[in-house]
Design a protein around this ligand. Structure first.
Ligand SMILES: [Zn+2]
Length: 347
């Protein structure tokens, strides 16, 4: 048995929100620092949204928070997952094991989680093939693969899942919430909107101060950035007074933040077009130019950076703003046609 004194850290990890909701900042062993979980009081117990990544630190925090708030494990009746990324989904099976609760997520998000971490996953080899094709050196890919492997233990046990889908309504905290398809950051992600109090639970689709990662993922849709930008336009139509994000703190200026994110991608696309107009190059070279070669020391962030670079390049390619030259036996090189006019005075 631990004493009260040992439980002292948990109060800094929580924030009490309106309606009796509690934000729990569940620790992450990477630059994001924490993922937000939300404890929602229900007539028969509690719902937990996105319980976090399955690390010893996260499990210890949950013990402290639940004990501190006087909530027994078995009072957790349901886990809702906004999406399948390991920092949100990882602890779902563990919480289910401890509480016997249901775990709800979208069918598509679940299929992705199973593909990534289920037995016989083809994901690491498909990712290797994609990255090598786009100029990443093999030894850099080795460190990314080792980092990917390290996540498997942090998403087990696998939860038994009940499906919920965009377009349906779900009862949460004694109110009805609309579920909205929010693709691009994670296909299958759901946002939850409550029309009377104008709250939006936005997963990682709209984050304050952080630009949500938009990645090309082998086996998923080819143009995730277009899907992401379209989704932001859809979300902008909602009247939101209070947004509850997956990282950082709840915020109010929802539409302003969406506009900033759209502008960020617009700038990034133009920047990449200009770099390619100066010099044709592979996605990996461009990634290092944009994010810095030091990322090789951080395979987790490098994977995000590489897949994000590819997402922008695919977007530009789909719209004829860049071309990809694919020669057998060598890495794909991207070039901007504008270079012909700008870079070569004889053209
Ligand atoms: Zn995510």
């Amino acid at each position: 048995m631990r004493t009260i004194g040992e439980r002292s850290g948990w109060t800094e990890a929580i924030a009490r929100l309106d309606r009796g909701w509690v934000q729990v900042k569940v620790p992450l062993p990477f630059s994001l620092r924490w993922v937000n979980s939300y404890i929602v009081p229900e007539a028969d117990g509690f719902t937990v949204i996105d319980p976090g990544l399955g690390t010893a630190e996260a499990k210890a925090l949950w013990e402290d928070v639940l004990a501190g708030l006087g909530i027994e494990w078995k009072a957790i009746k349901r886990v809702l997952l906004t999406h399948q990324h390991p920092d949100h989904y990882g602890l779902a099976g563990y919480v289910q094991q401890k509480s016997g609760c249901e775990v709800w997520m979208s069918r598509r998000a679940h299929a992705y989680a199973r593909r990534l971490w289920g037995p016989g996953s083809d994901f690491p080899s498909a990712l290797r093939e994609l990255y090598l094709e786009h100029g990443m050196p093999g030894e850099v890919m080795d460190s990314i693969e080792a980092n990917l492997d390290s996540f498997i233990a942090r998403v087990l046990p696998e939860p038994q899942v009940t499906y919920m889908e965009a377009g349906e309504t779900i009862r949460l905290g004694d109110l009805n919430w609309e579920m909205i398809d929010a693709p691009g950051h994670a296909f299958g992600q759901l946002c939850f909107y409550q029309r009377d109090i104008r709250w939006m639970i936005c997963g990682d689709q709209v984050l304050p101060r952080i630009t949500p990662n938009v990645s090309v993922v082998p086996g998923e849709e080819k143009d995730p950035l277009a899907a992401f930008l379209n989704s932001l336009e859809t979300l902008k139509a909602y009247e939101v007074d209070y947004a509850l994000p997956g990282h950082r703190d709840p915020f109010e200026a929802f539409r302003t933040r969406i506009d900033e994110l759209i502008r960020h991608h617009d700038r990034r696309l133009k920047e990449m077009e200009e770099l390619l107009a100066q010099e044709p190059q592979t996605a990996f070279d461009l990634c290092e130019k944009l994010f810095g070669a030091r990322l090789r020391e951080n395979p987790h962030n490098l994977r995000f950076a590489m897949s994000e670079t590819l997402a922008h390049l695919y977007y530009l390619e789909q719209r004829g703003r860049v071309r990809a030259v694919r020669a057998s036996g060598s890495a794909v090189v991207f070039l901007a046609d504008a270079a012909n006019g700008r870079g070569n005075p004889e053209a």
